[in-house]
Write a protein that binds this ligand. Structure first.
Ligand code: PEP
Ligand code: MG
Length: 325
């Protein structure tokens, strides 16, 4: 198995009917970066920046962060790195933060909500990213955006720091792309302006799914209760794909499901062209994409949806693994 995946490393993730899918990896530490070469990932589709904040007894300093982000960009070379701004609160509690005592932390004061209400840390992090990317491209996205105005406010906050760096005479990044994670159902249904104004969108399927089904991703009793290939969920994914296409906005998917081969080919058949996953998943996902005819799989999915099936999984599995004559 492993050897087969190694031999695929430098092959494109191109389906049997010629559709190219971009496969990138998720990371959060400098130590993850060597996987860029060993896995054949085309970039880092999600760099989670929480770890540096969770593993210390104080807020990391701007210089430390700038140095780390700069080394990450150095190591990635020509490959794109998408930095996600701090996503804390909920299950990720900072040791030096006052406990919030919230009845439902996953629905509480977390991620961008915290970043907008207490912008000091987010501003510092923005400065670190801008400095790390002087003279090269910078790509950032905000976690847990629930409505257009939050995206506008976060982007404005970030761009104010760019302006500040410019006034201070620092060399700026050559290009700055600012996107949003789509991980609340409300954002999927937002005004079209959201899809137009985001430079790119990345579906955070772990959170999107827990909020869509109202099923806690941390709760063993319910976390596997609803299938990702549930027709209702796929209908929403398909709508997001369509709305991004209408706006001409690049879309990717960076939740754990992107790294599951059956889920990944199903998303690709629905029109997703970029998936970000843990490095070890790239080989298995690429292998299945390469042997799948996405147009045919799409017909199978549509037939299953039309039949009133709750999940398209049985039909997809039957199609993928039935003996081919
Ligand atoms: C997600 O929610 O799918 C995601 C990628 O972010 P995290 O798992 O860090 O919440
Ligand atoms: Mg998330």
């Amino acid at each position: 198995q492993q050897e087969r995946y190694v031999s695929l490393r430098d092959q494109p993730a191109e389906s049997d009917d010629g559709v190219r899918v971009r496969l990138t990896m998720n990371a959060g530490l400098m130590a993850d970066l060597p996987s860029l070469e060993s896995s054949g990932a085309e970039g880092v589709g999600l760099f989670r920046t929480e770890l540096q904040f969770l593993t210390q007894s104080r807020v990391p300093r701007r210089g430390e962060l700038a140095q780390l982000y700069s080394r990450v960009l150095d190591r990635a070379g020509d490959k794109q790195v998408v930095f996600r701004t701090l996503d804390i609160g909920s299950d990720k509690v900072l040791p030096y933060m006052k406990p919030q005592d919230e009845p439902n932390p996953a629905l509480g004061w977390r991620a961008i909500r915290l970043g907008l209400d207490k912008p000091g840390v987010m501003r510092m992090q923005a400065q670190a990213m801008i400095r790390a990317a002087t003279g090269r491209k910078l790509t950032v996205m905000f976690p847990f955006i629930a409505q257009l105005q939050e995206f506008r406010d976060a982007r404005e906050l970030f761009l104010r720091e760019v302006e500040r760096e410019r006034r201070m005479g620092h060399i700026l990044p050559t290009e700055i792309k600012i996107g949003a994670m789509l991980e609340t159902p409300s954002l999927a249904f937002s005004p079209a302006q959201f899809y137009d104004e985001a430079d790119f969108i990345s579906i955070g399927g772990n959170d999107l799914k827990q909020f869509f089904f109202a099923a806690d991703r941390e709760n063993e009793r319910v976390r596997r209760r609803y299938d990702t290939l549930n027709v209702s969920f796929l209908n929403m994914i398909e709508m997001i794909i369509r709305r991004c296409a209408e706006a001409g906005t690049p879309l990717s998917f960076c939740g754990e499901d992107a790294g599951r081969p059956i889920e990944a080919v199903t998303f690709a058949a629905l029109g997703l062209r970029s998936l970000s996953m843990r490095p070890a998943s790239i080989g298995p996902v690429k292998h299945l994409i390469r042997r799948t005819n996405l147009a045919q799989l799409r017909k199978v999915i549509d037939t299953a949806r039309g039949s009133g099936a709750q999940s398209v999984r049985p039909a997809v599995i039957e199609y993928l693994y039935k003996p081919h004559p």
